[in-house]
Design a protein around this ligand. Sequence first.
Ligand code: GCO
Length: 383
Amino acid sequence: MLKFPDKFYWGTATSAYQIEGGIKNDWSEAGPHYDAGIACDHYNRFEEDFDLAKSMNNNAHRFSIEWARIEPEEGKFNQNEIEHYRRVILALKQRGLEPFVTLYHWTLPVWFAEQGGWLDPKAPEYFARFTEKIVSEYKDLVRFWITLNEPNIYAPSCYLQGVWPPFVKNFFKTIKVAKQLVKAHKLSFEAIKKIAPDLQVGLATNNTWFKGIIKVFGDYVYNHWFLKKIENNYDFIGLNHYFTHSLLSAVNHLKVRQNTKNNQLTDMGWRIIPEGIYHVLMDLKKYNKPIYITENGLADAKDEKRAKFIIDHSKWIHKAIEGGVDIKGYFYWSLLDNFEWDKRFWPRFGLIEINYNNNLKRIPRPSSKVYAEICKNNTINIL
Ligand code: GCO
């Protein structure tokens, strides 16, 4: 039996645009393929969803606040939406779920995108103003704040590969956006600390275990560039982990397959290598900051691999804790099946299945019982 540290946070992670429904932002305006529509209607069904999280014995939950709802026009904040998210936060707390709030999970208000998005020279200030508004509203309710989600995925996907809005393919603009995101994080961090210095602020970085000849480049550019740039402007690291890459797998990774039969692969064609999370965690030890695993999960519609995936990853996380890494929580991605960006709804990441053909009915998958046991006992059983 492997025991996790006392007060370890066990939860799931979500993001607003992927589950809420009824959002108008840069994605919904990019065309029908990018419009999440009603998604899981989580906006209206959050209480039911948090009941499910609670029934899995979770004691924390990560979610994001949709900037486009809060500030639909530049500088004009929508008080009704602020009250909505207050109800969301209170609903979590009533169920004993510690809220971890992401301020920016990739989607943008339309006005912001039209003014040039992150390339607008004033973009970091706009983000800091939004941060200030949100954090002053909820400072007494929320202790953990995540400024940006995966800037190291966002910048290349939107500005280099050009697969996500605004669909730009330009190396120099990618660098510019990355720098703007660094600035946005720093200003946001400062704004939060000014409101209440004891609030805990971090960002979520997507780190990969690189092997072979791509390791030097991968570690430097992808895993550490952003963390180094934000220097000491953070209290914790949020780690999102999905990949282990060698040169060949990195190339293969670009070809997304659906419902592969290979049991080493997820439905997205991503390789399952639980050991990877251990190496990535050990590699983050040098920053001497607490680490929350803010995302880790897989697309597995049949739920054949999910329970083993969670157990195996938990074992390697435990080994990293034994190796001296200060890991304080784990958030499985995701609570519900959801809108997986340009892949739309077919990838099924949820511990809870959504039946899109039957009233968005929530159906807990068998693996959710396994996760519930881990969360309840704060241990994993090894055979
Ligand atoms: C991420 C994204 C999620 C994805 C998940 C699965 O942070 O990578 O936050 O939105 O849905 O990673 O691809």
